[in-house]
Design a protein around this ligand. Structure first.
Ligand SMILES: CC(C)(COP(=O)(O)OP(=O)(O)OC[C@H]1O[C@@H](n2cnc3c(N)ncnc32)[C@H](O)[C@@H]1OP(=O)(O)O)[C@@H](O)C(=O)NCCC(=O)NCCS
Length: 207
């Protein structure tokens, strides 16, 4: 069976977005050595925790195994009523990070939550904004979303700035326990009319 035949059985493998210098597509097992090398090199300062679930805390092989378990699990659980897309992001041919969207009861709710990370060496170059714009265009123009949500801790100005630039509006705050300490999570919501798109997004085979 070749790669195209596998994509016919498992459609996400056929998805490939381009947006300016970015290529975004589901990660294959053959990508994981490159992906893990970037993740291992660091995603955020060690004294910060931008994620609700502190998945970047484990070290060494434990980190790598949990990382693979998460991505394989997301892939295995993909069904029409609950699906997530975790797209690897390549910038000028180099893997830089992941942009995802997570849904529940999508055929009814038509909404999903975006989440993302970049290797630290790739922060602050506009890539986070571009990849968020690209997935929002995919969601609204090709996948039938009517709303997209996101959230970031109040002490994550880069993520909040990306959301603001892409057109998300504030959608309330939640008090959560982050590693045993109180943290404020700022909810965000984007409607199709508010989306600030970036360069044209090409998604062959998706309308
Ligand atoms: C969040 C993340 C994906 C953003 O990607 P990025 O490529 O660094 O973002 P961009 O370069 O596109 O834009 C960052 C914006 O944040 C702003 N910003 C960054 N640090 C800031 C700070 N301390 N105060 C205010 N604004 C800040 C930048 O000025 C920029 O806005 P501008 O273009 O208007 O100047 C990336 O920083 C990351 O992976 N962080 C670690 C993981 C993470 O936080 N994931 C999200 C969890 S909710």
């Amino acid at each position: 069976m070749d790669v195209d035949q596998l994509a016919a059985i498992w459609p996400p493998f056929g998805l490939r977005l381009t947006c300016g210098p970015l290529v975004m597509r589901p990660m294959r097992d053959s990508d994981f050595p490159e992906v893990l090398a970037v993740a291992h090199a660091g995603i955020h300062d060690p004294d910060a925790m931008p994620f609700s679930f502190p998945w970047t805390d484990p070290k060494g092989t434990e980190f790598e195994r949990e990382f693979l378990r998460f991505h394989w699990g997301q892939r295995a659980r993909l069904k029409p009523e609950h699906w997530s897309l975790e797209l690897g992001v390549w910038h000028e041919g180099r893997f830089v990070g992941v942009q995802g969207v997570d849904t529940h009861d999508f055929s009814v709710t038509r909404t999903g939550e975006t989440g993302s990370w970049l290797g630290q060496e790739f922060h602050g170059r506009g890539i986070g904004t571009l990849m968020r714009q690209a997935i929002c265009v995919l969601c609204f123009d090709h996948l039938g979303f009517e709303e997209i949500t996101s959230g970031a801790f109040a002490d994550n100005p880069a993520s909040l700035a990306v959301s603001r630039k892409v057109g998300y509006r504030p959608n309330g705050e939640t008090r959560v326990a982050r590693k045993g300490e109180l943290a404020i999570n700022r909810g965000l919501v984007l409607s199709p009319a508010d989306l600030v798109p970036g360069p044209p997004v090409r998604a062959p085979g998706h309308g």
